[in-house]
Design a protein around this ligand. Sequence first.
Ligand code: GUN
Ligand code: FE
Length: 489
Amino acid sequence: FYGAVVTPVDASTWKALPRCLFCVGSTGNIDWMLEYIQENKLHEALSQKGYSLDDVVILQDGEFVIPGFIDTHTHAPQYPNLGRGGQYQLLDWLKNVTFPKESQFEDKDFAQEVYSSVVRRSLDCGTTTSCYYATIHLEATKVLADIVNRLGQRAFIGKCNMDCKEENPDYYTEEDAQTSLQETSALISYIRTLSPISSHASIGTAPEPLLQAILTPRFAISCTSELLKGISDLADKYDSKGPYSSDPRMRIQTHISENRGEIQRTRELFPEAKSYTDVYDRHGILRETTILAHAVHLTDDEIRMVKERNAGISHCPTSNFNLCSGVAPIGKYLDKGIKVGLGTDVSGGFAVSMLNAIQHASIASKIIAMNAVAPGNSAKQRFAGTQFSIQTLFYLATLGGAEVCNLGHRIGSFSPGKSFDALWVSVLDAKGSTGVWGKEATSDGAIDVRTQKLEENLERFLFCGDDRNILRVYVQGCLVGGQSFEKKD
Ligand code: GUN
Ligand code: FE
């Protein structure tokens, strides 16, 4: 590929490369990357690498490549509820809107229909890695795994663990802790034996499978102590501990401290724990491999525990606004060095696209900044109390999410050896969605003008673009979605 590339470096910086030349190998990894090659040196640079101009895909002005978005928290079965239920807060929303819908996934045909459309849409919106919650149903969760595997998205898929008879509705609860754990093991085995589809045969050499199971205790309220402990044991059993091993780490995902009513109920159900976070910690599920969704109302002591255990946080601002949960202090978490990514939390959040999560993360940071006593501008407080820069928002949706998934060595940014999980974006012709922006300076334009234009185009895409701007979506080097992708399913 030759053209404009933007890739995050850390939570406050990116590299905007208007004339980058890079090569994706047959394994889907980036082989090499030359950050700046002038047009008139292209031929020479290629021949030094043993290639000719015919081997190169050249991006037009107004097109650029960025790492794919990483949705660190979403519920696939809630897709049919998108846009419903925003009049409720969490516990009433679960009871009135969400559990009734999820219970329908006992029907495998219904699961097939819903899951096919949500995964297709997620890919076309530019989500190359997704952390999915399914339902309590093993068979329907296998259906989701089959679909994700066929469509080629990188994903973590979990069957919800919910055995607490007192708290879950009669029509939507598991038999008991042992049944829940057995079915979870069955899902892990199923996903580990799923073979890659033929067009992805080359992925066999990638150190981590694209599709992995994830342990999914829904939240403390929905689980008994016996089940939480059993999940910790499963995490020990299946966790390889080595990031490059062919048997990957065993991730866990759950919700934490989202809503005040939820926190109060959690404290009542687990009176021996000193906090919501301590419920998870004393059951052994607060780990480096744990993804905690929301974390809106954590106390300082809980924040310390999350940092100590090196768990990651999935910031779900669309959902936090929609269910009136609160505004999570993400800047504070970043200052403490806690891993943070973004999640859509469909359908607590009302949008599948990570672009909406980025926009709402920006607004959330501005609400905090407006209410901050003094802006955080000391060396220790770089993010707390500030409105996030576009670089920070971009990081959260890409490399930050990768760190939360313990996949920072594979995805989230571009460098030799990493997977090519990427979006090819155009801001020129978006069928009227965004107007015509950003014809770049002519070929002899100064480098800083082109860089500035590229940064502006990315910013405008993030704030007023949509899936019509995403021409091609790649996962591990394979074309799997976007406007120019011919759908076979
Ligand atoms: N807490 C427990 N279950 C859920 C869910 O499905 N969505 C959200 N947003 N919070 C939850
Ligand atoms: Fe959620």
